[in-house]
Design a protein around this ligand. Structure first.
Ligand code: ADP
Ligand code: MG
Length: 213
């Protein structure tokens, strides 16, 4: 599902980030941990095909991302990935339901209101469909972002610092939501976090592998 070898990344003018070789065992989710600035978000961007692989090899969900054309990467990303970004990027001009329809519309596909309703119900926020993002609590907005990430039935679900701005209770709830959603949807979950609460909660789980950056 997920493996890299001799993977390195260098931003223009920055120092090089080197990632130790890794392969995710089948059936496991992944926690990427490490201090702020250790390269977690960079690795997520590489996994998502949003940054080009400069050095080394990266295989994600049966695709080798090295050398894939931008167009092929776009198609692959849409069909394979769901992302819950650190900044949620919900459109303020649109309702929750419209935000969920946006990725499919942007990809030139039809909206799928039934799928949106199913996910909102599964995440216990069905009543929020017609709200605007500014009318949501932080925890609710995160659920909406999770629903949006799941709309196109991804094989891989990426979450960058999902506990940012959440108190202890909501942090545990968000982790449970992510893990439950991954289980229900049959996708592999990758969480990047430097939050000790997240590390502690996930370290007890046999189905979560860990990479320390
Ligand atoms: P983390 O998510 O673990 O906090 P990042 O992957 O965001 O770490 O960053 C890793 C390193 O790369 C840091 O030193 C950061 O300053 C640098 N970096 C991240 N994004 C950029 C960028 N767009 N341009 C230049 N340097 C960057
Ligand atoms: Mg980060």
């Amino acid at each position: 599902m997920l493996a890299w070898r001799e993977l390195r990344h260098r931003y223009a003018g920055g120092s090089e980030i080197a990632y130790a070789d890794f392969a995710l065992p089948a059936g496991r989710h992944l926690l990427l941990r490490g201090a702020s600035g250790s390269g977690k978000s960079t690795l997520l961007a590489l996994l998502a095909g949003l940054l080009r692989v400069q050095q080394g090899e990266l295989a994600v969900a049966d695709a080798t991302l090295n050398g894939m054309s931008p167009r092929a990467l776009d198609a692959w990303r849409g069909a394979t990935l769901g992302v819950v970004p650190q900044r949620l990027h919900l459109s303020e001009a649109l309702s929750v339901a419209e935000n969920l329809a946006l990725p499919a519309l942007a990809a030139g596909q039809g909206a799928d209101p039934a799928r949106a309703a199913e996910l909102l119900a599964a995440l216990d926020i069905a009543e929020l469909a017609s709200r605007r993002p500014h009318q949501l609590s932080v925890g609710q907005a995160q659920r909406v972002a999770l629903a949006r990430a799941l709309m196109r039935r991804p094989r891989l679900l990426l979450a960058d610092e999902p506990s940012a701005n959440l108190d202890d209770e909501h942090t545990l709830r968000m982790l449970a939501l992510l893990l439950d959603a991954a289980e229900r949807e049959g996708c592999t979950l990758v969480i990047a976090s430097h939050d000790a609460r997240v590390v502690e909660a996930l370290s007890e789980r046999a189905d979560v592998a860990e990479v320390v950056l």
